[in-house]
Structure formats: structure tokens, C-alpha cells
Design a protein around this ligand. Sequence first.
Ligand code: AMP
Length: 286
Amino acid sequence: MRGRLRLAVPNKGRLVEPTLELLRDAGLVFEAHDRSLVARVENHDLDILFVRTNDVIEFVGDGVADLGVTGLDLIAEAGAELPQLRRLGFGRCRLAVAAPDDSPFRAVEDLAGLRVATAHPETTRRYFAGRQIAIDVVPLSGAVEVAPRLGLAEAIVDLVSTGSTLATNGLRPLGDVLASEAVLVANPAALGDRAATIEALDTMVSSVLAARDRKYLMMNAPAARLGELTGLLPGLSSPSVIPLAESGLVAIHAVVEAAAVWSLLPRLRAAGGSGILILPIEKLVP
Ligand code: AMP
């Protein structure tokens, strides 16, 4: 068996930056040179293989890599049954059916007998077959959104995040095929053979993901209003309450949802909180 764990990640495209940021935040130290296929991680028994996003699934499926970062849309397209260890919270998008604004099509059923261009031909076939709508799939590898204008197809199935690319190209969504995001996948055999090292990596990654939506809150408060204040703080567990030198005052520390901070601050203040500090959390293992 190979010595070091291997993780396959995309070398191009929109998943590259968030993937490298996640690995670095997880504490892995490595140099990623643009043209090198392999980066050796200095502080962990891990090599990172940079491959085309589309090839990540192949590398992991074949066992050339033990783990991989790829998109749920690509897994669906490949029909791959790889164990999915964790959703990574970036690369969020949906695969949507869309047709020109000025077309008469209002629903996916209106596309019966017509052509649909897509870079996800298998997923598209399955989607329409599942609804018993007969269409012709026109497989493309990119620039799907211009296909109707070029007369290649009447409609498309393409990845959409904000919807602005559709709007710019005069297209309107008719329905969603699937929701996608980046995911950490594993080779089934490696999950058994390398359970401990995979678990270590997954724990580091998950601790970063958990920390990203949380903040550490510290404040001072009159002890008399402790109940009221802690009631506002549904943290990970109960908040820490620390006595202060000045009698009648306590410090309260708690982990809070990052998204809730802005609505929480005025309420904490109104309930007697003062000297409120909000700090980022680097890693969180519940
Ligand atoms: P790329 O290599 O940049 O074409 O995209 C690779 C993967 O990024 C796709 O297969 C999706 O999983 C993901 N992705 C996330 N948002 C989008 C989007 N708006 N358009 C295309 N791909 C996206």
C-alpha cells in the first residue's frame, strides 16, 4: 500500500480557490505551483493531486486518490456511487432548465419533442425521462447559454448560481434539475484501509466548516440580569459565566451563530450587556 494519503482537487475553475482556502484554513502547509500535478503537504502524511475537475471522480473511483473534492452535479453526471464524507459549503449552484425569454415555453413539459443543449447530458436525459418528456439532448462542453441564440437548441440545462448569466443571455428558468455544492468524496476501499488518516483530515476540514458560521461572543453584565441574558444566547452548550473583580458583575462567553450576531447585539445591550466583543473562531470541534 502507498504510504501517504492522496487527495485529488480541481486544478482549474471556480472550485480551486475555495478548496485551497479550506485546506489552508484546516492547517495544511503546502505550496501549490500552477503547473505541478502534486503538492506535498509538509505537516501531514498527505499529497494533494491537482487534476481537472471532471477527472477528480475518476481518480477517486480508481483508487489513484483516496479522497477528492468535486461537485455534486459532476457526481450525478458520472453516475458515481462514491461515499460522500462531507458537503463543503461552497460551489453552491443549481442545475436548471432554461429557455429564451421571448419563447412560448413556460414549463419543462412545453419542451417535448425539442432540443436541449447541456454539458450534463446524462443528468438531463434522466431528468426528462423521469417526467416522460421526450427531448433530444445536444451535448456541449461549454458556452451552453448561447446555444439557443445560435440555433443549436430550443432550451438548455445549465448550472446557475445567481441567475445573472441566464438573465444576460435572455433566458428564463423553467425548473430545477438538482442542487449542487462542493463535496468531499472518498474511495470506498481507502475508507477501510486508511480510516485513521482520513478521519484526521475530515475532522480538520469539518472543524473549519463549523467555525465559519459561528462567532465567539464575550461581554460583561450585571449578575442580576444573568437569566435574561443567557436566555438570549442559545450557544453550543450553556455559556461560561465568570465572576469579575467588581462585585455584582459577571463576564459571559458564548459561541453564537454568525448570522444572528446583528440581531443579537441590540438585545444583549438592552438586557444590560456591555463591553461586548465578537471574535472569529478558527476551528470548532463540537
Ligand atoms: P468550472 O470548472 O468552473 O466550470 O466549475 C466546476 C464546478 O463548479 C461545477 O461542476 C459546479 O460543481 C461548480 N459550480 C458552482 N457554481 C457554478 C456556476 N454558477 N456555474 C458553473 N459551475 C458552478
